[in-house]
Design a protein around this ligand. Structure first.
Ligand code: AMP
Length: 318
């Protein structure tokens, strides 16, 4: 993930949930990368990257990532990422990168205008991030599928050209690979429509009050259409046991939108309570966070340098 500050429920629903599940299921070695070079593709100001990185690590830890099992590290501190990126950049055409739908969507949504050479190569650096650890499973949200596809193509092309070094990784989506925000668009910090993992209970309630609902359901008694209502999506995700009851209440008109929203806010708060507890163990302790990064970076460097020596051997370059 890019360190753009605090994380929201969309990050949980689309990616983090799978990270924690894979970690706890066992059988996987997870690697969690803070994509600080990727962050500068859309914002050259690096003055707050470190602060944002620590905020993000705090969110990961509060969500249940165990740094002893799953190393956490910064892209910029493991130089092999840039080295492998350079080699991979020779294996893909600019035309292929220009066709990337995620790039097109971002350029449109963020009104970016002309983009840099580095931004065009975003998925190439991401391929290096994944393949340096010979990643087999990539737990991401829907917007990243096209990037995992490019990673697979690069792995195939490298192996064909130089010999088998890399696996072809598969993306792993959650059921809610695109969680809507409070305005119905994709939940995103830049759209100001997000519930943050670190929001206090009152903040969650306040935000939920502003959520957009079915425009045809104006007052209690009007029948609603849960399948087009984003608050119902939150019930499906965070209140599965009451999903059917909420659906009936909405469709019959008996359940008003204000009550429905408050019930969703309560469930989200109950879901976030254990996050709040775990957060207390680490917040106000930046030294602890720094030492988690340091240990993660050492572990990552070991694996990354071994992969680079496999790469150089395959390429007969040392
Ligand atoms: P980013 O902050 O764009 O680097 O995203 C980090 C991860 O969170 C990626 O795997 C995204 O696909 C995922 N993600 C971000 N926003 C959402 C959302 N609203 N719904 C589902 N997944 C999301």
């Amino acid at each position: 993930m890019r360190p753009t500050g605090k994380l929201h429920l969309g990050h949980w629903a689309g990616a983090l949930e799978n990270w924690v599940a894979l970690q706890n299921e066992g059988g996987y070695s997870n690697y969690h990368l803070i994509a600080d070079y990727h962050a500068i593709t859309t914002n050259l100001d690096t003055s707050r990257i470190h602060e944002y990185s620590l905020e993000m690590v705090l969110d990961w830890l509060s969500a249940g990532i165990d740094p002893d099992h799953s190393p956490i590290f910064r892209q910029s501190q493991v130089k092999e990422h840039t080295e492998l990126h350079l080699i991979f950049s020779m294996l893909i055409t600019t035309a292929r990168l220009e066709r990337n739908p995620t790039l097109k969507e971002q350029v449109r949504d963020l009104e970016l205008g002309p983009i840099s050479y580095g931004y065009l190569g975003y998925p190439v650096l991401q391929a290096a991030d994944i393949l340096l650890y010979k990643g087999e499973v990539v737990p991401v949200g829907e917007d990243q599928l096209s990037h995992v596809e490019i990673t697979r193509e690069i792995a195939r092309d490298f192996n064909r050209q130089y010999g088998d070094v890399f696996p072809e990784p598969a993306a792993k989506l959650t059921k809610f690979a695109r969680l809507p925000g409070l305005d119905g668009k994709k939940m995103s910090k830049s759209l100001n429509n997000a519930i943050m993992l670190s929001d206090e209970p009152d903040e969650v309630k306040k935000k939920m009050k502003k959520a957009v609902t079915d425009p045809q359901k104006i007052r209690k008694g009007d029948p609603g259409r849960p399948d087009i209502c984003l608050v119902f999506t939150y019930h499906k995700k965070f209140n599965a046991s009451e999903e059917q009851e909420i659906r009936k209440g909405c469709e019959s008109g008996q359940l008003g939108c204000v009550d429905c929203k408050m019930r969703a806010a309560e469930r989200i708060n109950a879901f976030l309570d254990p996050f709040r507890e775990r957060r207390k163990l680490y917040e106000n302790n930046p030294e602890k966070l720094e030492s988690i990064l340091k240990a993660g970076e050492e572990k990552a460097r070991e694996v990354a340098s071994k992969t680079m020596s496999d790469v150089h051997k395959a390429m007969k370059m040392g």
